[in-house]
Design a protein around this ligand. Sequence first.
Ligand SMILES: Nc1ncnc2c1ncn2[C@@H]1O[C@H](COP(=O)(O)OP(=O)(O)OP(=O)(O)O)[C@@H](O)[C@H]1O
Ligand SMILES: [Mg+2]
Length: 274
Amino acid sequence: MKYRAQMTKKTSVIAVANHKGGCGKTTTVVNLSAELAKMGLSVLVIDLDPQANASLHIGKKHPSEVPVTCAELLLSEVEKLPQSIDDDTNIDGVSLIYGSLALGKTEDELKDDVPRPSEELRDKIKHLHGIYDVILIDCPPSLKLLTSNALAAATHLIIPIESGSQYGMYGVTDLMKLVEKIKRINPELELIGALLIRHDERQTVCKLIEASAKDQIGKLIDVRIPTSTKVNQSAIAQMSLHALDRTSKVSREFRRLAEVIAKQLNLVEGVDQA
Ligand SMILES: Nc1ncnc2c1ncn2[C@@H]1O[C@H](COP(=O)(O)OP(=O)(O)OP(=O)(O)O)[C@@H](O)[C@H]1O
Ligand SMILES: [Mg+2]
């Protein structure tokens, strides 16, 4: 299949959020960005997590060496925006605004110093609309201000759910409540759906989590990401799964995820059979 980017860009901003730690947010952002870029789309990843895992995977620099990360960007005037974007990353066609440990403090400073603390990211990245086809935001495992900023800036939302864990749905109602609250300032925010990660349809726990995700979140993305040791290998090698082994099942499922999302969000002009 061959994809073409649209002539006039309408930028889709996809937040990948779930405050449950380790459910696959960063893995989804990294590999979805790589697959969308492979389709010829221009992609920017924004790392809003103080752990900076997406930056450590995608970026060529260490976050501590980067002068303008998300932390500085959120607290500065918009003039710093161009300086915050790094086009030279480990993944072709993917640009990055780094995250850094300083984001932990940024959250407190936003709360104290800014009149609308949830809307700082939105105010900054509105200047990028029309420049990128897709902006993907990697959220931290919390429901505090950084995640609120991501949801207020986003047009779309993906909620990764660890389907292989009996605790995979823990706390999801709190996330859904935050989404409803943020919709008051960002009514256009649209849920793409829950994405089942480490899914194995033969396991009872996965079937239970699948049913519960459908019930509580309402929408399930029709792609299941399996468990694979390649996920850790690709992070260590700072490569996408596509670059590590494009034929592996987990890599194919991320490709399918990108295709499903590109189609649903109208990111592509046409789908040619190659
Ligand atoms: N499909 C998978 N198969 C095997 N391991 C996986 C898979 N998805 C994620 N992992 C591993 O699980 C761990 C957590 O994944 P990831 O970092 O993507 O989650 P996260 O939601 O971003 O975590 P955090 O909440 O800490 O930001 C990582 O070590 C990652 O390599
Ligand atoms: Mg993460």
